[in-house]
Design a protein around this ligand. Structure first.
Ligand code: FEO
Length: 178
């Protein structure tokens, strides 16, 4: 039965499974951003909460994009279970440190999948994943810029209030996703 199913897709089992892992990662990223939005809301950082809500939506879109790709190619897209979502952070800054760390981990994960695709000569998936690598340039930039605001503005006095106001204004001006 399994072999017959294999005939219906050009995706190798290894790549299909790697893409399903990435679906999970994107779903986990979405859930984590939602938890970050909640943390920011609870601590009075409204601008940052809005920013994280948007990020959560974006990660869900990423998840769906891969899900659809696997499905469109005749593979088995697995609806992801999301577990162990961090809900608490020590302070405002550590939320953004975590966000940047997570984005870097996502970039590395996608690069590993692209590496595997080259090994099995799945250039269709390499082309598909190029969009994600471009997207990660922007996502890392924005997360890094957000963290830099803590050093540039400082957290003393009205510092965190000012940082919170600036977070939603961060824009990526590069052309990576054009
Ligand atoms: Fe979809 Fe920011 O990783």
């Amino acid at each position: 039965m399994k072999d017959i199913l294999r005939l219906r897709t050009s995706l190798s089992e290894e790549i299909e499974s790697a893409l399903n892992e990435q679906i999970k990662r994107e779903a986990h990223a979405s859930a984590t951003y939602l938890a970050m939005a909640s943390w920011c809301d609870r601590h009075g950082f409204e601008g940052s909460a809005g920013y994280f809500y948007e990020q959560a939506e974006e990660e869900r879109r990423h998840m769906l994009k891969i899900f659809k790709y696997v499905s469109d190619l005749g593979g088995n897209a697995v609806s992801p279970e999301v577990a162990n979502v961090q809900q608490e952070w020590d302070n405002f800054r550590s939320v953004f440190e975590q966000a940047l760390e997570n984005e870097i981990a996502v970039t590395q994960a996608i690069n590993r999948i692209v590496g595997k695709c080259h090994q099995v000569q799945d250039f269709t998936t390499v082309t598909f994943l190029q969009w994600f690598l471009n997207e990660q340039i922007e996502e890392e930039f924005v997360a890094r810029r957000a963290l830099e605001l803590f050093d540039v503005i400082g957290e003393e006095g009205v510092g965190t209030f000012t940082i919170d106001k600036q977070i939603p204004k961060i824009k990526y001006e590069g052309d990576a996703t054009e």
